[in-house]
Design a binder for this molecule. Structure first.
Ligand code: FE
Length: 344
């Protein structure tokens, strides 16, 4: 067949997470960042929808007068107040800031899956709020009204502003650092720290056999989020390799300082959620848990740990492990239609 004059093959070695040389973002192969394809495959295998999880018991418990204490109700609502907007912030960051600057087609492909999963998560919170007959406007507006939620969101939104600018372009030392900083704030802090005390609260309820439908929703969300976090860390480490000149010691120090600021904000949030402590969990336990989690994130991108404390909630890792063993299809109400069973 006739070949276009001057056409050339894509060089795998020119593939970069950002600044790929004459990057053809339409052409999936040759594939360099195979971790992205693996994440995409795992994401598909983990597909779920909030409406498949029964909320019946939660509805009964939420409506009954004595199943939950006033502190438990406040904790649950505050955590939902954070969750309901956090995944929309994540989705915006993916679609409006990260996506267009990424020149690896396989990373873009996973980001499309990840963006959809953030929408499923927002759907899950909406479904919990609606099922329990909560005041939607109040819960969804909490990030503007509750200072501890606002401060967390503000840290992420403020630092990410620059790369939302339509004129922002990668390709200079300064801008590439700005981009990598965004990725670190997004992955290590928003997805890696800010969700975790809220996850712990939800599993605290589950361990008391309370609001177990909501907790199950959160288990599926946490399974997705641990993939998002892995993928983000893989991208950070790939950029570090591809453009090692931007990973200066000054830049590393800046990321460590940001993580430490995030730890303080997350601790302030935890004290707001647990002014008196419930389920044997209190603000001190949370402080240590958040510090433990922050060290794990720093480690994964090759930065020195800062706190070196033990995990006070070892059952949190079990909550994740259980997910891996659980056969989702056994507990599901519906199954997904495959090509072979689609009836037009
Ligand atoms: Fe996410």
């Amino acid at each position: 067949m006739p070949i276009l004059k001057g056409a050339k093959a894509v060089e795998i070695n020119n593939r970069r997470i950002i600044n790929g040389e004459d990057a053809d973002v339409m052409q999936l192969y040759p594939m360099r960042h195979t971790f992205a394809w693996d994440a995409y495959t795992v994401g598909n295998a983990n597909h779920w929808l909030p409406t498949e999880i029964s909320m019946q018991r939660d509805i009964e418990q939420w409506k009954s007068r004595d199943a939950l204490t006033a502190d438990e109700r406040t904790a649950f609502e505050t955590v939902l107040g954070f969750f309901t907007t956090a995944d929309s912030i994540a989705a915006n960051n993916i679609v409006l800031a990260l996506y267009k600057h990424i020149t690896s087609p396989e990373c873009r492909m996973y980001l499309l899956r990840q963006g959809y999963e953030e929408a499923v998560h927002t759907h899950a919170y909406q479904y919990i709020v609606e099922s329990l007959g909560m005041d939607e406007a109040r819960i969804f507006n909490m990030y503007r009204e509750v200072e501890a939620i606002y401060s967390k969101d503000n840290l992420v939104l403020g630092l990410n502003e620059g790369i939302f600018d339509p004129s922002f372009k990668t390709g200079t030392f300064e801008n590439d650092q700005k981009f990598l900083e965004n990725l670190c704030v997004f992955s290590l802090i928003l997805e890696g720290i800010f969700f975790y005390s809220s996850f712990a609260v939800m599993f605290g309820f589950q361990r008391q056999n309370k609001l177990t439908g909501s907790a199950e929703q959160i288990q599926y969300i946490m399974r997705d989020e641990s993939q998002h976090l892995n993928f983000g860390i893989n991208m950070i480490n790939a950029i570090k390799q591809e453009q090692s000149e931007i990973w200066t010691s000054e830049f590393q120090q800046r990321i460590i300082e940001l993580v430490k600021r995030a730890v303080k904000l997350e601790y302030t949030f935890a004290t707001e959620v647990f002014p008196r402590g419930i389920f044997g969990m209190n603000a001190d336990g949370f402080k240590q848990y958040i510090e433990h989690i922050a060290d794990r994130r720093l480690e994964r991108v090759g930065l020195p740990t800062q706190y070196n404390v033990a995990n006070p909630f070892p059952w949190m890792s079990e909550a994740v492990d259980l997910n891996k063993e659980k056969n989702f299809f056994e507990t599901r109400v519906t199954e997904y239609k495959t090509g072979g069973t689609l009836d037009w």
